[in-house]
Design a protein around this ligand. Sequence first.
Ligand code: PNS
Length: 167
Amino acid sequence: MNGSKNGGTAVVPGSYDPVTFGHLDIISRAANVFDNVIVGVVDQPVRKRETVFSAEERVAFIEAEVAEYPNVQVKPFDTLLVEFAREHGAKAIVKGLRAISDFEYEFEMNQLNRKMAPEIESMYMMAAPMFSFLSSSGVKELAMFGGDIEGLVPDPVAVRLQEELKR
Ligand code: PNS
């Protein structure tokens, strides 16, 4: 991999309840392009149900997986995403896009964020095909019904999910 990067800082935001291998793929790809990557873990997502894991635990799950990347930091936030991005001097917000179904939601978020912070560019990375149908909510549903979640989330996350959700 070519080590020279000049993209400055990017924020890769999400609920990460919990982090999946799909998220980790996007984070590692962003880390190959940008000088610094801040993974922003939203404290409590407004449009979703209450999280299974606390922000501290969600941050810790990701930290354990990105320890090998010297240019990635993981931080919780409870403000507008664009404020968090500005605080860290980020030039870009990077998100993953899986299927067309992600598009409408991301398009709306993009417009709102652009209106508030036109200087911060939102950029989208296409999910790798093997992660196209992987979501935190799908993994939680599988775990709840005792389904096999191996290969979808890191092992320590799978253990904690099963403790929290297995019926
Ligand atoms: O992984 P998700 O759930 O799609 O991530 C959602 C996230 C964290 C990007 C979104 O909830 C967010 O940006 N929250 C902070 C509040 C905010 O800035 N909302 C967008 C404009 S109103």
